[in-house]
Write a new protein. Structure first.
Length: 344
């Protein structure tokens, strides 16, 4: 049976390390927990906030909605098809641990997504992606419970409406459902993906042009660890802004402002700009506001400087810094950067 915790501290439940509390929090460890909660006439009408690993979250104050902390665990092979292994994980499973487990089962395909913080249940919400692979490339289906009706439903990839760091869970289903399990289709005939610049460079440096899945996994971990700060050391949410997508005309205009701008062409003819380059070009790398700062090695990552200053950053400081960066980039390049994490 679920238990309600009043004034629950949330600093350990958000990777930015922001001090805040949930006025009420419930740990959800099974489908029965959520069904029993929704059957409670006092709790069912309350506004709710689903919390996974807190790796894509900026808290600007105490959380008033009922916080549902997802802790549903379990990993299994559902079935073996002609072309794929279908594997399933509970929404509360740690994402990186799940990736590691699939490789241990000799079922590669997720190795490029290693070391991404967060939980399995959050992965389709964000349509996480890295080093040439996105979650939608390996997605099969998921189960969720409607937080209004208590009804269980299954969605396939089309119904999830995946886009670049986007899904239906950021739009029509925002705060309306709780994902319980996610299934992935891992190819039986594995094909390495090392075309991404950093992986290609490392492959050539090591003279390993046909690396195994485990090698790719290790390389991704090596690259991410070198580039991105460990949230356990310097609180952060990873990439704070989305890489903006612009039309050919907009790209030409920006190149006119600075011919060194980093970009690459998409299949639809539009261009994706490197948000980190834009931020760095505006001089923000290593700077900050109060106890929130821009990482000195990666301009796309905002960090909690609490370890350095002894005082944790507040959500207000983080958002003041983010808005100042947005203003700088817009004034110089005419581009409005979109914030990636959820701001609550």
């Amino acid at each position: 049976m679920f238990k309600i915790e009043a004034n629950a501290p949330l600093q350990a439940h958000n990777t930015f390390g922001i001090v805040a509390k949930a006025l009420q929090l419930v740990n959800i460890q099974s489908k029965d927990d959520i069904c029993n909660l929704l059957a409670n006439p006092e709790l069912q009408p309350l506004p709710k906030f689903v919390l996974g690993g807190g790796s894509n979250l900026v808290l600007t104050g105490d959380v008033k909605p009922l916080v549902l902390k997802v802790e549903i665990t379990g990993k299994r092979v559902v079935r073996e098809g002609v072309k794929h292994f279908i594997v399933e994980a509970g929404a509360g499973e740690n994402w990186h641990d799940f990736v590691t487990w699939t490789l241990a089962q000799n079922m590669p395909g997720l190795e490029n997504l290693a070391l991404i913080p967060g939980t399995v249940g959050a992965s389709p919400v964000q349509n996480i992606g890295a080093y040439g692979v996105e979650l939608q490339d390996r997605f099969d289906s998921l189960d969720y419970i409607d937080l209004t009706t208590g009804e269980s439903k299954t969605l396939d990839a089309a119904a999830c409406q995946f886009g670049y760091r986007d899904s239906v869970f950021k739009h029509a289903l925002t705060d309306k459902v709780l994902i319980t399990h996610v299934r992935f289709a891992l190819p039986k005939v594995w094909k390495r993906e090392i075309s991404y610049a950093d992986l290609d460079k490392l492959s050539k440096k090591k003279n390993e042009l046909q690396p195994t899945a485990s090698m790719v996994f290790d390389w991704v971990c090596q690259i991410r660890s070198a580039k991105l700060p460990d949230p356990k050391v310097d609180g952060n949410t990873g990439s704070f802004f989305k890489n903006p997508v612009v039309t050919p005309e907009q790209c030409k205009d920006i190149i006119g402002r600075d011919p060194n701008v980093a970009f690459y062409k998409l299949l639809d003819g539009n261009f994706k700009l490197a948000a980190a380059w834009l931020i760095d070009a505006c001089g923000w790398k290593g700077r900050g506001v109060g106890n929130a700062g821009v990482h000195p090695n990666h301009a796309l990552v905002l960090i909690n400087k609490g370890r350095e200053t002894g005082v944790p950053a507040t959500g207000g400081e983080v958002m003041t810094l983010a808005k100042a960066i947005q203003t700088s980039v817009y004034e110089r390049f005419g581009i409005r950067l979109e914030i990636e994490p959820v701001v609550l």
